[in-house]
Design a protein around this ligand. Structure first.
Ligand SMILES: [Cu+2]
Length: 653
């Protein structure tokens, strides 16, 4: 996960907390009526950078940490929750599971079983179940285990990261999901994984993992993995010549720039698995993490059998409804709950129907500004008015609501809006939104009981994400939808034949939009060239490599922005004002699906000049004239989530 690509700068973040009181968003306030976030107290001397969570059979909450400790929390629901150290000296424990054999956890280089034989509350057995080689590369995170119904243990291994190259598999089985018996027999299951911090198993023993945007990964996504599957990142294919590998596909079998989407390419390469769910980048999170099934019997509201997916950068949890159509998993992702105190990494069901949420920001400034945290989410007993499920039909979608709808509003097609779009499959980091097209809701009909609405849609497209906005739909009581957006990934339709008329061919608009405040060629009026050339780079932890710069008023500047980081960034020269950087960051987020088209730069009078969005290991030069009025201006990155740490004071004299 992205957070782990950054070196912890905990102290820096701590300083920030004192400076910035956490602001509650409007969504957070509305959501809290239905789902309450409650702190689990953490003693001051414990740095609980949560890596894994597991409930024991005597209702203690086990927490493993990046620092290599395992804590047992007694009475985790009470204000008097008490902590005891169960184990320490472990190597970065980013996953934890509990069985009647004790705890299992992943360390960087092995799957380990812990047991407390003499019952003194501390582990005395540290048994290595299976180990894998390490190169020493900082990015070799190991996650899990999750446990299959037969007791086998599943782990996932993050790719190494090499600057200038991207995700690589420096050692055996990096980029893979492995199945390991409690006796230590290992079977490789699937590859193509890049940063598989989140994965899970449903009640049918089906395996899924979540992925973050990155090289070969256009946006966050959830993929169903079966033996022999290839999920898209080529580097793990390095190990397919091992006799144990269930697939033979090679790195060179995949074109680096085919111009295709992953869905299209998967029709060409049978091993390649298209995701069941896409999470549009910055719209539904930026770094998907853990997944948790709403299992039967948990008293947590109307979403039984659905899936919750965490997001680290946005400190929130999304909700997913999945269905199997023609044997293929697909479905819809919805916003669910935001406002957690740090980056959401782990979720687990506790006793008494609480969801525990374990967090760490790792200096990768998550929206929740604390460096780490442990909270729980509690259903208040009130049912929100939500789109509960969204199912694909061959000519539209079937929506089920949590409460009966007002028929008049729900049958008015003007109260809906639909678009479809996709991402490109290529070795580059991320992908812009491709081929965004309007669809048309042709007819909306409400069921007798008012709980379902059938939408007939023109312009549905296989392999595309369908964004539904149901902004005008109200409950029969007049209540508005808590969240009116849904994102359905359409891989298949029932019966196999799509029966949705195509939209009339629109004149193809170029994806490139000319932005007046971005000048990438030296103006021809600068006959003597720039007065000054400056270079700005990036540092780990979402920072620029300078904190302050002084510029002469009216000077002609050539600014070279070199992004040596592994994320996307831009540079925006902004007007004075303490709140300007964060205001611009929020305005960029509000651009939604259009953000990439505008380089994540909002249309605001506070923006004076800017670069395009610059990928990892890339650069861009821009040319501008320093304003004539002296003052303290800004250079800020407006990519969502970055403006808080990525800013430079510009003193104009
Ligand atoms: Cu940035």
């Amino acid at each position: 996960m992205k957070a782990y690509t950054k070196i912890a700068s905990v102290l820096f973040v701590l300083l920030q907390i004192t400076a910035i009181a956490q602001k509650k968003s409007a969504a957070d306030i509305k959501e809290s009526e239905f789902y309450k976030i409650i702190d689990v107290p953490i003693p001051k001397d414990i740095i609980l950078e949560v890596g894994g969570l597991a409930m024991t059979d005597d209702n203690k909450l086990g927490v493993s940490t990046r620092k290599g400790e395992v804590w047992l929390i007694d009475n985790p629901l009470s204000k008097k929750a008490s902590y005891s150290l169960y184990a320490n000296g472990l190597h970065e424990a980013l996953g934890l599971a509990y069985t009647n054999n004790g705890f299992y956890l992943s360390q960087r280089g092995e799957l380990t079983r812990l047991e407390d034989k003499n019952n003194d509350g501390k582990a005395d057995v540290f048994k290595s179940i299976f180990s894998w080689p390490l190169s020493g590369n900082y990015h070799e995170y190991s996650y899990g285990p999750k446990i299959k119904s037969n007791g086998d243990l599943i782990v996932t291994l993050n790719l190494s990261w090499v600057n200038g190259v991207g995700g690589v598999a420096l050692t055996k089985w990096r980029g893979w999901m492995l199945q390991i018996t409690p006796e230590g027999e290992m079977t490789p299951i699937a590859t193509g994984l890049r940063s598989p911090a989140g994965f899970g198993i449903n009640e049918n023993d089906d395996l899924f993992f979540t992925e973050n945007q990155g090289d070969w990964v256009g946006s966050g996504r959830l993929t169903h993995l079966e033996s022999g599957d290839f999920a898209g990142h080529v580097s793990g294919l390095k190990w397919t010549d091992d006799p144990k590998s269930p697939l033979k596909l090679k790195i060179e079998d995949i074109e680096e720039f085919s111009g295709m989407t992953l869905f299209e390419y998967s029709k060409k390469v049978p091993e390649l698995k298209a995701p069941a769910i896409w999470f549009p980048h910055t719209v539904l999170g930026i770094s998907t993490s853990d997944m948790l099934y709403h299992k039967k019997g948990v008293n947590f509201g109307p979403f039984e059998n659905q899936l919750f997916v965490g997001d680290q950068g946005h400190s929130k949890i999304m909700r997913v409804y999945m269905e199997k159509v023609n044997g293929v998993y697909q479905g819809a992702a919805f916003p669910f709950r935001e406002g957690f105190s740090s980056g959401v990494l782990r979720m687990i069901w506790g006793n008494e129907n609480n969801m525990f949420v374990g967090m760490t920001s790792r200096g990768w400034a998550s929206r929740g500004r604390k460096p780490y945290g442990l909270q729980r989410l509690e259903w208040t007993g009130k049912t929100p008015f939500e789109i509960k499920t969204m199912k694909a039909l061959n000519d539209g979608f079937l929506l089920e609501f949590t409460k009966p709808v007002n028929k008049k509003f729900a049958e008015d097609v003007a109260n809906y809006d639909m678009k479809s779009f996709t991402y490109r499959y290529h070795r580059t980091y991320g992908s812009p939104i491709e081929d965004n097209q309007n669809a048309m809701i042709h007819k909306a009909s409400v069921s007798e009981d008012g709980k379902t609405v059938k939408l007939m849609v023109h312009g549905m497209r296989l392999g595309y994400i369908h964004q539904l906005k149901a902004q005008g739909v109200k409950a029969s009581s007049g209540e508005k939808l808590l969240h009116n957006a849904a994102y359905y990934t359409l891989n298949e339709v029932p019966g196999g034949v799509l029966n949705s008329p195509a939209m009339p061919e629109m004149p193809k608009k170029s994806n490139e939009i000319k932005q007046k405040k971005r000048t990438i060629e030296m103006p021809f009026t600068w006959t003597d060239g720039p007065d000054r050339k400056i270079t700005i780079g990036t540092k780990p932890g979402m920072k620029f490599d300078i904190k302050e710069i002084t510029l002469a008023r009216n000077a002609k500047i050539e600014l070279n922005f070199i992004n040596s980081d592994d994320m996307l960034h831009n540079v925006v020269f902004a007007k004075p004002g303490a709140h300007v950087p964060n205001t611009l960051g929020e305005a960029a987020l509000a651009l939604g699906l259009d953000a990439p088209k505008y380089n994540y730069v909002p249309n605001s009078p506070n923006v004076l000049y800017h670069t395009g969005i610059v990928g990892p290991e890339s650069s861009e030069k821009i040319f501008f004239e320093v304003p004539k009025h002296p003052g303290q201006y800004w250079l800020v990155c407006t990519f969502p989530g970055h403006s808080n740490t990525m800013k430079v004071k510009v003193i104009v004299k």
